[in-house]
Design a protein around this ligand. Structure first.
Ligand SMILES: [Zn+2]
Length: 257
């Protein structure tokens, strides 16, 4: 938490130096759980339901600046926001989806196919995922088969994580599944190309940043929102003031082929 305060202060200073914002492009926000306690989890993965509701209210108030879009390749028309949720927590169906539906805010949920198959809390089971997928505004993508860092895997295992999870989800939902979020943001050129080979057209990384027109759609940046992000942090993140934090994840789009 104290580190978070330090980072917030630095982000405020970045805002002073950056000048007028926002620019055309797509900023994808990355949430995980909404309201479910995850004891011992140090990364702020589960935001409280009350704070999430305030986040959505605030984001909704920015409609004069940002348009809400599905997670997609960025266009050049206007600054856009896309909401994504990783891991497939049940509370997204119970606590987040209703708030988003009321306001007509689209979102994409990236789920781990073996977690869905197992069906154990705190993750959605098959029935829950089908219910979520039927909601207007909801889209489902893959987050791998077993939630392992993909860059560490051999070719056969990598194929199974990518193609296996996609097939499971498509068979279950009867819908095309063409987007993936790379677990732990673990992606390089080889993983990106394997994802394309497996039929994906959109990929979400964990690298902070605005996706400008022309960005590789299989390597889209996402800005993570954590449990201790107050409205000021959300505002700073949406406007790119936290983008300095991208140093944590090298840009796979900058790797040589
Ligand atoms: Zn994950």
């Amino acid at each position: 938490m104290s580190l978070h305060r330090l980072y917030r202060g630095f982000s405020r200073l970045c805002g002073l130096a950056q000048g007028p914002l926002p620019k055309p492009g797509l900023r994808a926000l990355l949430y995980h759980a909404v309201g479910t306690p995850l004891p011992g989890e140090p990364c702020g993965t589960s935001i409280s339901a009350g704070l999430f509701a305030r986040h959505i209210e605030h984001l909704d108030s920015l409609r004069n600046v940002f348009k809400f879009r599905h997670f997609a390749a960025p266009g050049s028309d206007s600054p856009c926001l896309a909401l994504t949720f990783d891991d497939g927590y049940r509370d997204v169906l119970a606590a987040a989806a209703p708030l988003l539906a009321v306001r007509g805010i689209p979102f994409t949920m990236f789920v781990v196919s073996d977690f869905i198959l197992r069906g154990a809390a705190p993750y959605l089971d098959e029935a829950g995922l089908k219910e979520l997928a039927r909601l207007s505004g909801a889209r489902i993508g893959s987050h791998g088969k077993t939630h392992r860092p993909l860059t560490a895997l051999g070719d056969a295992e990598l194929r199974e994580e990518l193609a296996g999870s996609r097939k499971f989800l498509e068979d279950l939902l009867g819908l095309p599944v063409t987007s993936i979020s790379y677990p732990y943001g673990s992606v390089d050129r080889r993983v990106r190309d394997a994802a394309q080979e497996a039929g994906y057209v959109l990929g979400g990384t964990s690298r902070y940043g605005l996706n400008l027109p022309g960005r590789d759609p299989l390597l889209l940046c996402r800005t993570e929102i954590v449990a201790w992000d107050e409205i000021e942090d959300l505002e700073l993140k949406v406007k790119g003031r936290w983008d300095w934090y991208r140093f944590r994840h090298p840009d796979p789009a900058a790797q040589n082929r």
